[in-house]
Design a binder for this molecule. Structure first.
Ligand code: GLN
Length: 246
């Protein structure tokens, strides 16, 4: 078995070490004897996207998101939408998550028309939502509690037919109003959780890998790994977040 990963726009969408998520996915596959290759795809570069199984898009500031618009419009956006419709797995974070929706209207009123691959939109607000936070994944994504860090001004509102990735336990999530965090639509996992969210949340990592393996091979029995240190890190951070210590 093998998964082919594509890292979209690594040169512009990579805040707070979002790339650590790729390292984590690669490592958890390798430890199970599953092959993995990762191909970066930058602005101006083109290749057939249908050869990939799993796509990763990190976060970026408003400016970087605006820079990408021309590249998406050059045909890559159409291919990304086709991959979503084909059931390919995506992990999209913050600015990359916003990119999967219909549009992002910045605080200054600049409207970025995005992919519309998933039915939601985002509107910039004056108050930034910045903090460590925690949310519970919905059952379809494993049901565990995720600890993370959010930093966004955009408020995301999910449209009809799009389920949240989880429910906020502490922090803001999608918009600070309705208690939802991220999105789960087909095999798209969208989240505001920045930086390397996967190493300290191995269940989320495995849910993402399982969806890609299932799509490709029709089955995904992931052998359990020794996650003792990951769990200790997760549990100690969760306790601090819930206590309001960090
Ligand atoms: N520019 C977006 C916002 O502020 C995304 C920011 C980010 O990816 N950190 O909402």
């Amino acid at each position: 078995m093998e998964l082919r990963l594509c890292h979209l726009y690594p040169e512009v969408l990579n805040l707070y070490g979002d790339r650590g998520n790729i390292l984590c996915m690669e490592e958890r596959l390798r430890r199970r004897g599953i092959g993995v290759t990762t191909t970066p795809l930058r602005i101006g570069e083109r290749t057939a996207l249908d050869r990939f199984d799993l796509f990763f898009i990190g976060g970026g500031q408003d400016f970087e998101q605006e820079v990408l618009l021309a590249d998406l419009a050059s045909g890559k956006g159409q291919e990304i939408r086709a991959a979503v419709e084909d059931g390919k797995t995506f992990l999209a974070i913050c600015g990359g998550y916003q990119m999967m929706g219909h549009y992002y209207e910045t605080r200054e009123g600049v409207r970025c028309d995005f992919l519309g691959a998933v039915n939601f939109h985002t509107v910039g607000a004056d108050r930034r939502m910045i903090d460590n936070y925690a949310f519970r994944l919905s059952e379809e994504s494993g049901g565990s509690v995720v600890v993370g860090f959010e930093n966004h001004s955009g408020r995301t509102y999910l449209g009809e037919g799009v389920r949240p990735l989880g429910t906020v336990l502490k922090g803001c999530g999608n918009n600070g109003e309705d208690g939802t965090e991220g999105c789960r639509s087909r095999n798209v996992f969208g989240t505001y959780s920045h930086g390397p969210v996967l190493p300290k949340n191995p269940e989320l990592c495995d849910a993402i890998l399982s969806s890609a393996l299932e799509r490709k091979y029709g089955r995904a029995e992931l052998e359990p790994l020794d996650d003792r240190f990951e769990r200790l890190a997760h549990d100690s951070v969760l306790a601090k977040i819930m206590n309001g210590d960090i």
